[in-house]
Structures are given as structure tokens and as C-alpha cells.
Design a protein around this ligand. Structure first.
Ligand SMILES: Nc1ncnc2c1ncn2[C@@H]1O[C@H](COP(=O)(O)OP(=O)(O)OP(=O)(O)O)[C@@H](O)[C@H]1O
Ligand SMILES: [Mg+2]
Length: 228
């Protein structure tokens, strides 16, 4: 079988300009493809648009121009309802600052996206059990996030991102607040779980270490890029 794989993500001539007193061209017109199940590091120096790109891919930020085809559909054209559904079910986000709700327990944090997605209680509990076992955080289920170390909180954040079984995991500097040892642990979990569940993983970072856990890297530069 030599069928050409249809990429899960196709970014075409993506431009984003932040308007303000001064205009900042955050994305100068970039194009690339990501295959389903691929793990890719998006690297580049500070200010080159990594977070902007991830926010566009997450459906949080509408780019100034260009297309983002996800399974062939241009999410840039989505209306608010379609975007809300896309954000809830198609993508999972992991941030530098863990982004857990401080007043909810670890179990409630992982459950929350599934409540939003109107999953039934039994399904929610099964998914929580599966994820906490894989991430080795079972013992913290009834704790609040502040009780956990940074590395442990980021493992919870990975569980939150995977809770609704999204096809795409977007991680923005996921180890930015961690020491080297915890960074390696978090990269390994991200990589292993994305393999285990056949997820597509994009890690935006300036950290070259990330590339050890991905199959390919896309390097952002100041120049308008051709196909990356
Ligand atoms: N909300 C905003 N309003 C105006 N300009 C912004 C905004 N967010 C980002 N920028 C600018 O857009 C450019 C790209 O920023 P972005 O945060 O995407 O870069 P980055 O590669 O993620 O950087 P870092 O490695 O520091 O996280 C920068 O010049 C930044 O100053
Ligand atoms: Mg950033």
C-alpha cells in the first residue's frame, strides 16, 4: 500500500499581525503539514511566534490571513459554536504554567473538561482512572494542585489535556517552569502517551532537548518561510 497520507493539520500561508500602537508581525506567512500521530517540536527563539501559532491552531486566536486545515476543514472559517466544539473535543492544551484550577482537586481538574463535553459520570471516572494510572498520579486525586510539585502538576495538566480524547495535543513551553530532570520526565510522558493513544503532538519551545522526544522539528525564523 503506498497511499499518500492526508495530513491531520495543513497550515497554508499563515499570517498573524498584532495591531496596536505598533503593528507586530508575529507570523510572517508560514506553511507546513503534520501527519496524524506525528510528534513535532516547533522551535525558534523568543518572540518568533510559537505561542501565536499554537493559539491559532487551538482555535483561540483568529489569524490575520491564511488557512489552517484540520482534517481538511479550515478552522479559520469556523463560527463561535464550531470553534467551541473544536476547542473542547479536538485539541488539548498544555501550558508552561500548568493552568490547573487551584480550588478544584486533581480529580475535579481532570474531570472538568469531560463535564463541559457532557460525558457521563461513569465514562468520566473510567477515563480519570486510566489517565492517572498511566501518569502515575493516582495518589493525588483528592489533593489540590498546590500540594503537588511542578513536575507532578504538569503530569496532571497532561491528563487534563487528554481527558476528552482529542486528536491533537498542543504543548506551549511545557517544561518552561521545570528543572532538567522534571523536564525530561514531562517530555517522556507527553511522548509516550501520545504514542499510546495515537495522538498528534506539537511542542512549541526554545528548548533543543524537546527534539529528543519528537520525530521532526519545525524551526521558525523571522523570514517568510516556504513549505517548512
Ligand atoms: N497580545 C499581543 N499583542 C501584541 N503583540 C504580541 C502579543 N502577543 C505576542 N505579541 C508579539 O508577537 C511576537 C510573537 O510572540 P509569541 O508570544 O508568539 O512568541 P514566542 O515565540 O512564543 O516567544 P516566547 O519564546 O518568548 O514565548 C512577539 O514580537 C510578541 O511581542
Ligand atoms: Mg511563547
Amino acid at each position: 500500500m503506498n497511499q499518500k497520507k492526508e495530513p491531520i493539520i495543513r497550515v497554508i500561508d499563515l499570517i498573524h499581525v498584532y495591531k496596536g500602537k505598533v503593528e507586530t508581525v508575529a507570523l510572517p506567512g508560514i506553511s507546513f503539514k503534520i501527519n496524524k500521530g506525528e510528534k513535532v517540536a516547533i522551535r525558534g527563539k523568543s518572540g518568533l511566534g510559537k505561542t501565536t501559532l499554537l493559539h491559532c491552531l487551538a482555535g483561540i486566536l483568529k489569524p490575520t490571513a491564511g488557512k489552517i486545515l484540520v482534517e481538511g476543514r479550515n478552522i479559520v472559517d469556523y463560527n463561535e459554536d464550531q470553534l467551541a466544539e473544536y476547542r473542547c473535543k479536538k485539541v488539548g492544551l498544555v501550558y508552561q504554567s500548568f493552568n490547573l484550577a487551584p480550588f478544584l482537586t486533581i480529580e475535579e481538574n481532570i474531570e472538568f473538561p469531560m463535564v463541559l463535553a457532557k460525558k457521563e459520570r461513569r465514562e468520566r471516572k473510567e477515563r480519570i482512572n486510566e489517565l492517572v494510572e498511566l501518569l502515575d498520579i493516582q495518589r493525588y486525586l483528592n489533593q489540590k494542585p498546590a500540594f503537588l510539585s511542578g513536575g507532578e502538576q504538569q503530569r496532571v495538566a497532561i491528563a487534563v489535556a487528554l481527558a476528552n480524547n482529542p486528536d491533537i495535543i498542543l504543548a506551549d513551553e511545557p517544561t518552561g517552569n521545570l528543572d532538567l530532570e522534571n523536564s525530561q520526565v514531562v517530555y517522556q510522558y507527553l511522548s509516550d502517551l501520545c504514542d499510546h493513544f495515537n495522538k498528534t503532538l506539537l511542542i512549541a519551545t526554545h528548548d533543543p532537548e524537546a527534539s529528543k522526544y519528537t520525530e521532526r522539528e519545525i524551526i521558525l525564523t523571522k523570514l517568510k518561510s516556504q513549505e517548512l
